[in-house]
Design a protein. Structure first.
Length: 222
């Protein structure tokens, strides 16, 4: 049995991070199904915070369309349409139905909840991360909303009273410091670090992950 540790540096509002997550999920499933002895190996995934800070003009969330007008101001309408179509096509290839409405705000509390979940169980963390990505990118929901975060966290398996106390608490320095360090170190997301050594940047294909998993397996590294 080999233990494969994977650190994922990402932000929930990053579309490429969601695509990268799905490709990683597929790679793990394929590895376990096809690689000799792969079903017995253990994947330990740790989610690391990164603040893209897309919305810096307001302390509150704003409409995504408002942000898009600013970010894509230099693009012609046909270029915007082509970009949207490309992202939609890439999303569908991994089972994501991207929608472009809704609001965008701070992801600090979402990352704080992920941090909390990682003191519990892998299943809870996996469910929480997936539900956060889905809420923002597919359901057009505002993941800076404390009410929504509470709903998602409890649905993922976290204790309601603990979530409420945690969200209302002031303890966020650990997550803030790590997010700042990751921004200084990597500069963009997603980033996947396997066994603390092998780094993949961007939403890599599932085959790229598979290749590294096989190398780790063959080397017997744990």
């Amino acid at each position: 049995m080999v233990i494969l540790g994977i650190d994922v540096i990402s932000d929930i509002v990053c579309a490429w991070c969601y695509i990268g997550k799905r490709r990683l999920d597929r790679a793990i499933a394929l590895y376990r199904k096809t690689y000799p002895g792969g079903r017995d190996d253990v994947f330990q995934i740790t989610w690391r915070p990164y603040y893209l800070d897309y919305n810096t003009s307001s302390p509150d969330s704003i409409e995504k369309s408002e942000l898009a007008e600013k970010k894509l101001a230099g693009m012609r309408p046909e270029q915007r349409t082509a970009l949207t179509q490309r992202m939609s096509q890439l999303g569908r290839s991994v089972g994501i139905n991207f929608k472009w409405g809704g609001r965008i705000g701070s992801t600090r509390d979402a990352h704080r909840l992920i941090h909390l979940s990682q003191t519990k169980s892998e299943d809870i963390t996996n469910a929480l991360v997936e539900k956060l990505f889905e809420a923002y990118h597919e359901l057009e929901r505002d993941i800076s909303s404390r009410e929504l975060l509470f709903e998602i966290a409890v649905d993922a398996g976290l204790d309601a009273s603990e979530v409420e106390e945690y969200l209302n608490g002031s303890g966020s320095s650990t997550v803030d410091e790590e997010a700042q360090k990751n921004k200084e170190t990597f500069g963009s997301v997603p980033v996947f670090i396997i066994q603390g050594i092998r780094r993949l940047e961007g939403a890599q294909e599932s085959t790229d992950f598979m290749e590294i998993f096989a190398q780790v397996k063959d080397s017997g590294s744990s």
